[in-house]
Every structure is written in C-alpha cells, then in structure tokens.
Design a protein around this ligand. Structure first.
Ligand SMILES: Cc1cc2nc3c(=O)[nH]c(=O)nc-3n(C[C@H](O)[C@H](O)[C@H](O)COP(=O)(O)OP(=O)(O)OC[C@H]3O[C@@H](n4cnc5c(N)ncnc54)[C@H](O)[C@@H]3O)c2cc1C
Length: 294
C-alpha cells in the first residue's frame, strides 16, 4: 500500500499559552499550529503545507472547555472537539444550529479529533461550524504577541483556505451570545452521501419572533460552500424581518439567498445546482427554525 509520509519538521509542545505565543512570535512564518491535525496533517502529507515548526496546542488544557452562563452566553474553547460539541447538552438545547452542524460533520473518528478552532482557522468555504456560528452572531477571541482582538466569525475569513489570523496569533475561543426569548435556528447541509462528506451547500437560519410568535423580528442567515468564504445572506434576512413566517415568505427568502450566493462549479457540483439548493435549504431551515420556536 502507498503510504504518504510527513515532511520533516521540528515539533514543539508548549504547556501554556504564553509559551506558545512566544515561540510563534520568534518563528512566525515557518510555524503552523496543530490542533486535531485532521486538516493540517493531510495538507502536510500532500506537501501543500511544509512548515519548519509544528506547535501542538493540545497540551494547553484551558483551551478545551465549554462554559455556559445565562447572562454571557456560551464560550467554546478553540480546542473543543466537534465530538465535545455533539455531546454537550447545553449546545444541543440552546445553540441547536451548532449542534446540527456537529452532528452531520465527517464521522465519529474525525469528530473526536477535529476541533472547532481548526474548522474555522482552516477557512475552507464548506467548514460546517461557520454558517451556524454566523447565524447565531458568534465572535472569536484571538490572542497574539501584540495583544488581543475580537472579530465576528464572518470577518475571520479572507478567501478559500485563508483566514485573517497573523502567523503568530492563536484563536482562543468562540463566543456565542445567549439566544433571546422566542428564538431558535437550524443548520441544513447538502452532501452527496449521508456521512463523511463536505457540504455542497450549508445553510443556517436563526430567527427571533415577536412576543406572540406571529412575526419575525430578526433573522440571521449563514451560507457555506457557495462563495470563496462562508458568508451572511443579508438580503434574505431583510426579506424575513418584520414578516409572518410562512411557506411563501420562506420561499422568497430562499430565492433572495440564492441570488446572494456566489458558487463555483467544481468536481462535486455545478454552480447552478448549488445556487438552486441554497434556495431550497434556506426555505427548509427557515421553516424548521420557526417550528422549533413554536
Ligand atoms: C475524512 C475527513 C472528513 C472531514 N469532513 C468534514 C466535514 O464534514 N465538514 C467539515 O467542515 N470539515 C471536515 N473535515 C475537515 C476537518 O476535519 C475539520 O475542518 C476539523 O474541524 C479541523 O480541525 P483540526 O483540529 O483537526 O484542525 P488542524 O488540522 O489541527 O488545523 C487546521 C488549520 O487551522 C490552524 N489552527 C488550528 N487551530 C488553531 C488555533 N486555535 N489558532 C490558530 N490556528 C489554528 C492550523 O494551523 C491549520 O492551518 C474532514 C476531514 C477529514 C480528514
């Protein structure tokens, strides 16, 4: 059997964030941070990335916690695995679109290694955690040798496989505000098969209704795999805001979202098919979010 070997590199396993940041600032461009390795090691074996130093964050325990506070919301450490998310009761109950994404990602083996931080920092347009996080208004905390900064998740991505992180920065945690009353969301993923496949299209919709649940007060929609980065479908959000949520309105939001998408044709699907399916999934996710609130 043909086995791909990793290229040679120096391995560093810091015990604290300070040690990791110091090493990254001294070595900058020759370094790559390692979390679960499910993207990085594949890319190194393919020689798409050949870092001189690999900095393994897994020894820094504080990065793996998932903490919920009714006032401040949810903090998910960047090293929390997709499996940790899937097993979290509070995420399943209160931050359901993220749970939906964890539930349909890869397979259990990959979910037990791959992390939320790695999924976002790999910046692939089809990263499953991105659309739900965008729809739920999440932000990320980033720490570097020059200090700390916060960014909304949708601003983390620069292009396919490229994030705005500097080589000496670490994504520390993902912060998701506590969902308000009368709100819920859903993430729908289209794949060629039911497991172990990247999204052809991913759509997350988050709705907040008025007090008597008759009208949508606010909508947020995240799209994946249909543009160079995960994006927000602001036009479709406007279609839903202030309206009664029904088939017709969800259909119209879907049509707007499909016009906002900028998909490409590749080996997995044509641009035209992806665009059509953005409409279908936006409608389905809208109606599912509505159903979950009611
Ligand atoms: C068989 C298979 C199936 C897959 N299926 C899916 C799927 O269905 N959906 C999906 O979205 N993805 C999928 N993936 C991709 C991958 O598993 C996920 O993106 C995973 O979440 C990556 O996390 P990781 O911890 O393994 O990242 P790593 O491989 O460790 O890192 C990925 C990138 O992020 C950087 N990085 C990691 N953590 C940090 C941090 N805290 N701060 C700064 N930079 C950081 C690394 O330097 C690297 O560039 C699949 C991969 C495989 C191998």
């Amino acid at each position: 059997m043909f086995i791909r070997r990793l290229p040679k590199f120096e391995y560093y396993a810091p015990a604290t964030i300070q040690e990791a940041l110091q090493f990254l600032s001294q070595n900058r461009v020759q370094c790559k941070v390692l979390a679960g390795g499910t993207d990085l090691l594949v890319s190194m074996k393919n020689r798409a990335t050949t870092p001189a130093h690999v900095v393994n964050l897994k020894g820094i325990g504080e990065l793996r916690s998932i903490d919920y506070d009714a006032r401040q919301g949810l903090r998910v450490g960047s090293l929390a695995t997709i499996g940790d998310i899937e097993r979290s009761q509070v995420i399943r109950e209160k931050f359901t679109p993220l749970w939906d994404a964890a539930d349909v990602m890869a397979a259990p083996q990959v979910r037990n290694l791959g992390t939320i931080g790695g999924n976002l920092c790999s910046a692939i347009p089809s990263a499953d955690t991105a659309p739900p996080l965008i729809a739920m208004g999440a932000s990320v905390r980033i720490l570097g040798s020059r200090g700390e900064r916060f960014l909304p998740v949708e601003e983390l991505f620069k292009g396919p496989g490229e994030s705005v992180l500097e080589p000496d920065e670490i994504l520390m945690e993902v912060l998701i505000p506590n969902p308000p009353e009368q709100s819920a969301g859903a993430y729908f993923k289209l794949m060629r098969r039911n497991a172990m496949d990247l999204a052809l299209v991913g759509v997350a919709v988050f709705l907040r209704l008025n007090k008597d649940k008759s009208r949508c007060e606010e909508a947020r929609i995240g799209l994946g795999a249909v543009a160079p980065t995960p994006i927000r479908a602001v036009g479709a959000e406007r279609v839903l805001a202030g309206k009664e949520v029904n088939e017709e309105c969800a259909q119209s939001a879907g049509e707007t979202a499909s016009r906002e998408a900028r998909p490409i044709t590749d080996v997995r699907a044509t641009a035209e098919y992806r665009r059509t399916m953005v409409g279908v999934l936006t409608k389905r996710a809208t109606l599912e979010a509505f159903k979950r609130i009611r």
